[in-house]
Design a protein. Structure first.
Lengths: 149, 189
């Protein structure tokens, strides 16, 4: 019993150590060098367009991007949409569009039409409806109060 | 607005002994003892969420929660089958249903202004009223008279003594007293 546990533990440790060393190197490389906007875009585009990306990683990338102080560039948005197509999750695509629209903040009037214009070909190609087509630019349903349930 | 909303467990049937069977007890312990894994029910865990726990809530800071909002049903599986194909063939209604399966509220819905401020203000004013009434009761019923040293003549005697002892002669009270004229310096001219 103990030997089995020890072996499992050893293999688990080995896996994690080997895994982290390359990751640590990747993080360390970022120290000291300023990443330009183009590099940033390219990095996330690459992240989303990787083969075999799964819903977990897509959500992670999108959560991270929407947590940053920026509006994702149309290239990244398109890459994200294509990634959701590959994992067959249209809900994710719609939520991603909503999140990107929300990131425009108080510049929605100028930025959002620009983004939409850039990503419209992809939307049409994949058959993803815009937020306006869904009617999600206005509140659709009201939540029932938890005290009435 | 983005209050953490725990989802009640789907199947309410079954008595307590069934609910707390051995395997479920194990799952409860594995999830840290608060039973969040039990509340998730049949919902898919699809991501990391905000802290790695399978909880659902809507917020713009973390728009992709760890679990889907609804449990899987046969009707939904049928739409899922269609979702595997061309999305152009999905009807708008199907798209909306898929969205509402994964998420509870859209961005504009959970960002919509709610009249919640009324209850917040109301409770705050109630607490202020309670505090005021308590202090009034204490003042009238519990505390006795102020000590003798608060009388006017005793306080002026105290002041006189402070001046005689030349307390704080540089910038304080004695610096403002003229000892030749026995007057406040401000009264001299």
């Amino acid at each position: 019993m103990l030997s089995i546990t020890a072996r499992n533990l050893a293999s688990a440790l080995r896996g994690s150590l080997v895994g982290t060393s390359s990751r640590v190197a990747a993080v360390r490389c970022l120290h000291g060098t300023e990443e330009s906007a183009e590099e940033f875009d390219k990095r996330y585009e690459k992240y989303f367009s990787r083969d075999g990306i799964d819903g977990w990683e897509i959500r992670k990338g999108m959560n991270d991007l929407l947590g940053m102080d920026l509006v994702p560039s149309p290239k990244i948005i398109e890459a994200g949409l294509r990634a959701t197509r590959r994992v067959n999750d249209i809900a994710l695509a719609i939520r991603w569009l909503e999140g990107c629209k929300d990131k425009c903040g108080d510049q929605k009037a100028t930025l959002y039409p620009y983004l939409l214009e850039k990503i419209t070909p992809t939307l049409q190609e994949l058959g993803i409806p815009t937020i306006e087509e869904l009617g999600y630019d206005k509140p659709e349903l009201a939540l029932k109060s938890v005290y009435d349930a | 607005m983005s209050a953490l909303r725990l989802i009640p467990r789907g199947n309410a049937g079954g008595n307590l002994s069934q609910m707390m069977g051995l395997s479920q007890m194990g799952r409860r312990l594995a999830s840290g003892g608060d039973g969040i894994r039990l509340m998730v029910g049949e919902r898919e865990v699809v991501g990391y969420g905000i802290n790695g726990r399978p909880i659902y809530f809507d917020s713009q800071d973390c728009p992709f929660p760890a679990i889907r909002y609804r449990e899987v049903t046969p009707e939904l599986c049928a739409i899922r089958e269609k979702e595997l194909g061309d999305w152009k063939k999905l009807s708008l209604d199907d798209k909306k249903r898929l969205y509402r399966h994964s998420f509870c509220q859209t961005f504009v819905e959970f960002q919509h202004f709610t009249p919640e401020w009324k209850i917040c203000l109301g409770v705050a004013l109630w607490l202020v009223a309670l505090g005021l009434s308590i202090s009034m009761v204490l003042k009238t019923k519990m505390y006795g008279q102020l000590p003798d040293t608060f009388d006017e003549d005793r306080r002026s005697a105290q002041l006189r003594r402070m001046i005689q002892l030349q307390m704080n002669p540089i910038t304080g009270i004695s610096s403002k007293w003229c000892y030749e004229e026995n007057k406040w310096k401000s009264q001299l001219h």
